[in-house]
Design a protein around this ligand. Structure first.
Ligand code: ATR
Length: 277
């Protein structure tokens, strides 16, 4: 029941109608009978600063930030956590008595999803497809674990920028390579392939890599929530395949705990996500 004492949380993004976060968080709040509710707001880029000010004005407790605002929001906050600074993106805001604090739960969410699948990328070679917003958090998470990180992106300069950024971080322990043409230089020693590109969002999209590159030994982690050509082909090849629901769940769990201070009902939130995806 929403009452005059309900605490508001939200997600700001554009577009936002497809977001699964409201159902996931509301299921968690209801299960624990917490007086919170979570809604989605479609926030245009030129209105972001007003939306952030509204967190204070309306005394909202927490907000998730998604595409395309994760980087632009940083300069609008009072405090940014070290990990979010290193990644260069914020996906979670906590309003602590009008002080807006920014966190990034995407990287830890990705790590938790690997951990719960029993996958350790320690000392392995990872091929990261894409160098956009979500690739930043994944590259940061992988760069603390893998032996080698190979980045491929359609726009090579963005892959180079991501490489330079990750290389400059104290937390990075791996070597990083950028490849400019996946067709000519398919790396042979790869263990883990992570797709962060938007290829696969639409059913007629081509795969982000040629199917000939896939080997049964590969673990294929596709950040897209639904079944894609990449996921289908990887399954047929005999690869272990993960989709984006695991990372979505765990980044949400971590945000939920930052806002409420209580342990999130992970299985309730997972069931909701899987029933909708
Ligand atoms: P997100 O925050 O979801 O990562 P993004 O920052 O817009 O979204 O990044 C999208 C990624 O998908 C980028 O790596 C993009 O490549 P470019 O940097 O070259 O734009 C990639 N991508 C999008 N459409 C693509 C396409 N048709 N072919 C190959 N890569 C594509």
């Amino acid at each position: 029941m929403i009452t005059a004492n309900t605490t508001l949380c939200a997600i700001f993004g554009h577009p936002i109608k497809h977001s699964l976060s409201p159902v996931m968080h509301n299921a968690g709040f209801m299960h624990l009978k917490l007086p919170y509710c979570y809604v989605a707001f479609d926030v245009l880029p030129d209105k972001l600063s007003y939306a952030i000010e509204a967190i204070r004005v309306l005394n909202m407790r927490g907000v998730n930030i998604t595409v395309p605002h994760k980087e632009a929001v940083i300069k609008l906050l009072d405090y940014v956590d070290e990990e979010a600074k290193a990644i260069g993106a914020v996906n979670t805001i906590v309003n602590d008595n009008q002080v807006l604090k920014g966190y990034n739960t995407d990287a830890k969410g990705f790590e938790k999803s690997l951990l719960e699948a029993g996958i350790s990328p320690k000392s392995q070679t990872a091929l990261l497809l894409g160098a956009g917003g979500s690739a930043k958090a994944i590259a940061y998470a992988l760069s603390k674990e893998v032996g080698k990180l190979i980045i491929y992106n359609r726009t090579m300069s963005k892959a180079e920028d991501l490489k330079n950024h990750i290389q400059s971080l104290k937390s990075t322990t791996c070597t990083i390579e950028v490849i400019d043409n996946l067709a000519l230089t398919a790396p042979s020693d790869v263990d883990l392939i992570v797709n962060t590109t938007s290829l696969g969002l639409h059913s007629d999209d081509p795969m982000p890599i040629h199917k000939e590159f896939l080997l049964p030994k590969h673990i294929v982690y596709d950040l897209i929530y639904h079944q894609t050509k990449l996921q289908e082909t990887a399954l047929v090849t005999g690869c272990r395949v993960l989709n984006g629901l695991g990372m979505l769940l765990w980044q949400g769990v971590l945000a939920f705990e930052l806002w409420t201070g209580v342990k999130a009902p992970v299985e309730v939130m997972r069931r909701q996500l899987h029933s909708l995806a």
